[in-house]
Write a protein that binds this ligand. Structure first.
Ligand code: TYM
Length: 334
């Protein structure tokens, strides 16, 4: 709790271009939750270096991502928006938690297996202990809730396990967090292969909608989206392409699936795909315009970076001192 409010933590990697999946699965929920909770939204650049990065490019992407959080509607006066690398507590707590996490647990992480298979030339220890850093991010702020897409659920589970194990040994040190998964949009699928998650690393440019895609590109990609030959706009597993498009439509318009199915009853796929594209453009356009405006305001963004890092550091240190005391590290002499 901070000032009587429950705490929320979430983050995104500054790797590659953000997709509509990141927006609908995570950022959109961040906006709706931001009044209710004391929120920490981090640009998790420490996580990004588990895969080799070009330094100038990483720096640029991290700044763009931080700006995008604000452009999407998060007020940096109310929400703590900061770079993970500016708050050393993340790395410090991650080391400590590494000593409370088993190799066997980490071996079961499906994202590690996927990433290791993709980057065979660089299966580094950081990639393996990535979920521990993620646990540290969350536990550092005594977070109650963590809004994420479905692909992060396994990492939330291990975070809870680590917190409970630590608490079991030392008493109630950490708040055990709950994941928050949106009713729709929790797993946006590829437009070219609706059995695969929409991902920023997809090589097929038509598979993902990027947050910075212009309206024509968005509409064109939706027109090319893979569907089926059933000629029915129904929400069912047998039609994964249509189901995904309905999910996207409903998440963008805040309509229920039943409402959307009714709206498109008897309509053709062409008309439906265009309507989905237009709904997405209506969501992305204002964010893109605000992003472009904010990007030019260097002094303002620099101010946010400085102030919020200090705030995050303050709360991080509170938890860290408590943890250090519990595990028996000597007290600091002032
Ligand atoms: P990342 O950067 O891969 O994704 C950021 C957020 O977007 C969600 N997401 C999706 N949701 C729905 N459909 C999709 N196709 C889709 N693709 C991505 C993700 O679930 C995530 O919520 N490890 C995390 C970042 C992280 C973090 C944390 C998150 C680091 N520490 C602590 C929460 C709390 C990651 O790589 O997300």
């Amino acid at each position: 709790m901070i000032d009587g409010k429950k705490v929320l933590f979430s983050g995104m990697q500054a790797t590659g271009n953000l997709t509509l999946g990141n927006y609908l699965g995570a950022l959109k929920n961040w906006l709706t939750l931001s009044d209710e909770y004391e929120c920490f939204y981090s640009v998790v650049d420490l996580h990004s270096i588990t895969v080799r990065q070009e330094p100038a490019e990483l720096r640029k992407r991290a700044r763009n991502l931080l700006t995008l959080y604000i452009a999407a509607g998060l007020d940096p006066k109310k929400n703590c928006i900061y770079y993970q690398s500016h708050v050393s507590g993340h790395s410090q707590l991650a080391w400590i938690l590494n000593c409370f996490t088993y190799m066997g647990e980490l071996n079961r992480m499906t994202q590690f297996k996927d990433k290791a298979a993709k980057h065979t030339d660089n299966i580094n220890a950081g990639l393996f202990t990535y979920p521990v850093l993620m646990a540290a991010d969350i536990l550092l702020f005594q977070s109650d809730v963590v809004p994420v897409g479905k692909d992060q659920l396994q990492h939330l589970e291990i975070t809870r396990d680590i917190a409970q194990r630590f608490n079991g040994i030392y008493g109630e040190v950490f708040t055990v967090p709950e994941p928050y998964i949106g009713k729709t949009g929790a797993k946006i699928m590829s437009l070219q292969d609706p059995l695969k998650k929409m991902s920023k690393s997809d090589e097929n440019p038509n598979a993902s909608i990027l947050l910075m895609d212009d309206p024509d590109t968005v509409i064109r990609k939706f027109k090319r989206a893979v569907t089926d030959s059933d000629a029915c706009i129904c929400y069912r597993d047998e039609q994964p392409g249509i189901k995904n498009l309905l999910d996207i439509y409903c998440t963008c318009t805040n309509k229920s699936t039943a409402e959307a199915v009714k709206e498109f009853e008897g309509k053709g796929y062409g008309e439906f795909k265009l309507a989905v594209g237009e709904a997405v453009v209506a969501v992305l356009k204002p964010v893109q315009e605000e992003f472009s405006r904010l990007s030019k305001d260097k002094a303002y963004i620099d101010g946010v970076i400085k102030e919020n890092a200090q705030k995050a550091d303050y709360y991080a240190n509170k938890t860290l001192r408590k943890v250090e005391k519990k595990i028996g590290f000597p007290e600091r002499i002032r």
